[in-house]
Design a protein around this ligand. Structure first.
Ligand code: OTU
Length: 655
């Protein structure tokens, strides 16, 4: 702590010495008000940037000079930042907690699969508003390589939109149209790697040493082997190993993901500068939130799994400071799908000194929800979720049921032991269950990423198919279908009522099932994650207006959830969430407590028969006259017990 304070003191001194020089520089390109604001922001976070960057780069470069270069990038971005976005900056500097509002609700889609292209997305804004959406995450939209591109995560040009989706101008138009409808725009920035077709990689292949140093290249295989000894494999089936021999650079290139995705060398400060500049250009088109892809992998350390290293966090802290200086309206979201004990760190330190990302995915809640519906049992989820640390102030979770990736079963041995199950056996059960192989399973998913060495596997499949809707439709069984619809809504009723920003994954609102069309596309056939990345079925979506249809039931249910959520002040980001023990293991319960507005109790019956629980949750709940504010199902209170219909949820508050 003393070292930390000392570092901040030195940082402040360094800034004090540079400030008047920067005042002149800023005044040369900005109007007086913007100059004042720019300098005030640097005053605010210079020490954050200095502390983080000096720990990462201090041994190889002069940090004050490095920050000067980065401030140049930031100032140039501010100088061309459109007026409307500067107004957005001003508003959000005052209302820095705008994204903690209980009305926040996200939607995630591929622009092409949802609406053809970026202009098409603009034409669908009304549809998003019907669902209560205030945040739109468009999957990777920058120009990818030709051929297999890992769903756009192999970026060939960071300065261009994928021409099939439109242009930078279209992105700008879409952002402003969304803003007019109070929807913030989130886009992916793939910071860990580029495509091998990227300009930097091409220059490296042409022999330019400057660009060779943008990547991690080992002339000698034994160096790669030294790392490989402790590295896991992300795609063991399609992309085994973590290094690829590249003739043109006469070396082994670090490729954590596919052989065409080259990991960037973040130990080189030039890479930091390039990525900052990419981000600030995008921010100037009107992007509000960056989904920073694969951030756990940013820093490599021999003898480790090269994930979640302290430097990866420091790099994010430095990015946070510099993005704030240039575009304070913009948020960072960490895409870190890592073991539960590593998750909350991406939201920074609890002392508010080490600010990191504003948002991070609550992977553990997602995994535990699927475990809960498979086992109809809340014991493991309650243990596991109790162990999760609360996010620091002014940050929050993104809660979700499904996304475009597979589900990895992050069930820890510790949580499993607490719940009296064997971790390995339970993970194996979840894979079998969701692949549809376990007797009595309702799910229709598929195994992904089977690793014969560890026997680890993940699961692909759409929400509707994993929740039993596909099976029920195939069997023409109305009772099973009702149960499956309830299960889908139950999963969402938890993520909408947990606290954090819920994310709805495109197609789930009309229960789209697995789509096997990808098998006919050469570049996709070997990656079954495409089964849960369907094209939007707009004919099915039309059925949302027709009472009695599957689409009507699901869509209406989700609308109800969105409306209820926006009216529950306890779900504001100032609240905190803790799981509670019900006196019935089929019941998952949690309390959302707001310092001013009191408590919300979420109670979910995971079983397909009626279940009851002590309405005061064994004395932990402090509601005097509980009332269900959700009313998506009909629960009854009798003799101090709440009786919940099969697969149902209530959100209780004091009336
Ligand atoms: C991300 O996922 C993307 O979501 C994937 O679609 C990409 O294929 C990948 O990056 C490469 O760009 O390992 O199994 O902790 O879980 O970065 C998916 C983060 C992944 C990783 C995550 C990665």
């Amino acid at each position: 702590m003393a070292a930390f304070t000392d570092a901040r003191r030195r940082a402040r001194r360094a800034w004090k010495q540079s400030r008047s020089r920067w005042e002149t520089k800023a005044a040369a390109v900005l109007d007086p008000m913007s100059t004042t604001r720019f300098l005030a922001r640097v005053d605010r976070v210079y020490a954050d940037a200095w502390c983080a960057l000096s720990r990462v780069y201090g041994s190889r470069t002069d940090v004050v000079t490095l920050i000067d270069d980065l401030l140049d990038v930031a100032l140039s971005a501010v100088a061309v930042r459109p007026r409307g976005l500067q107004q957005r900056d001003a508003t959000r500097e005052i209302d820095a907690e705008w994204f903690l509002d209980e009305s926040m609700l996200g939607y995630v889609c591929y622009a092409d699969r949802f609406a053809g292209d970026l202009r098409g997305v603009r034409d669908r804004i009304d549809y998003l508003r019907e669902l209560g959406v205030t945040y739109l995450h468009l999957m990777p939209l920058l120009a990818p390589r030709d051929g297999p591109d890992d769903g756009g995560y192999a970026v060939a040009d960071h300065r261009a939109v994928d021409p099939r989706l439109g242009s930078m101008g279209d992105l700008r138009d879409l952002a402003s149209a969304l803003h007019e409808h109070d929807i913030s725009l989130c886009v992916d920035v793939v910071v860990n790697h580029t495509a091998r077709e990227h300009e930097w990689a091409r220059k490296a292949m042409a022999g330019d040493p400057r660009y060779r140093d943008y990547y991690l290249v080992f002339a000698d295989r034994s160096q790669a082997d030294d790392y490989e000894r402790t590295l896991p494999e992300v795609f063991p089936e399609r992309a085994p190993g973590n290094f690829t021999w590249v003739e043109e650079v006469d070396g082994w290139v670090w490729t954590t993901f596919h052989d065409y995705q080259w990991d960037l060398n973040w130990a080189n400060p030039a890479v930091f500068g390039e990525m900052l500049s990419v981000m600030l250009d995008l921010a100037n088109t009107g992007v509000d939130i960056f989904r920073l892809d694969a951030v756990p992998f940013l820093w490599k350390r021999l003898g480790t799994d090269c994930q979640n290293q302290p430097e990866a966090h420091l790099l994010l802290q430095a990015l946070r400071a510099l993005v704030f200086i240039a575009a304070p309206a913009v948020l960072l979201k960490a895409e870190a799908i890592v073991p539960p004990g590593e998750l909350v760190q991406y939201l920074g330190g609890h002392d508010l000194e080490q600010r990191e990302c504003h948002l991070a995915y609550h992977n553990q809640l997602m995994v535990m929800l699927w475990s809960a519906v498979a086992t109809r049992d809340a014991v493991l989820p309650t243990h596991a979720l109790t162990r999760m640390r609360t996010p620091p102030p002014q940050t929050t979770w993104m809660t979700y049921v499904r996304c475009h990736d597979d589900i990895g079963w992050t069930v820890t041995e510790e949580d499993a032991a607490a719940a009296g199950v064997n971790g390995f056996a339970h993970r194996e059960f979840l894979v079998d269950f969701f692949a549809g192989d376990f007797p009595g399973s309702f799910a229709r998913g598929a195994r992904f990423g089977f690793n014969p060495q560890t026997l680890d596997a993940r699961i692909s499949g759409s929400t509707a198919s994993l929740a039993g809707i596909e099976q029920a439709l195939d069997l023409h069984d109305d009772d099973l279908l009702s149960a499956a619809v309830s299960r889908l809504l139950l999963l969402h009723a938890v993520i909408y009522g947990w606290g954090g920003i819920p994310l709805l994954y495109m197609g789930d609102e009309v229960a789209l099932r697995n789509d096997h069309g990808y098998l006919d596309e050469a570049a996709r056939a070997s990656d079954n994650r495409w089964m849960h990345r369907p094209k939007m079925d707009w004919e099915a979506a039309e059925c949302r207006h027709t009472a009695g249809t599957l689409e009507f039931r699901v869509f209406r249910g989700l609308q109800r959830l969105a409306q209820s959520r926006a009216s529950v002040a306890q779900l504001h980001g100032h609240g905190t969430t803790a799981p509670l023990w019900a006196d019935n293991r089929h019941v998952l319960a949690w309390r959302r407590r707001h310092p001013r507005f009191g408590s919300l109790l979420g109670i979910a019956n995971l079983h397909d028969s009626t279940q009851s629980a002590d309405a005061q949750l064994c004395g932990h709940a402090a509601l005097s006259t509980p009332r269900d504010v959700l009313q998506l199902w009909t629960a009854t209170l009798r003799d101090g017990r709440i009786h919940l219909p099969p697969l149902s949820v209530v959100w209780l508050t004091d009336s």
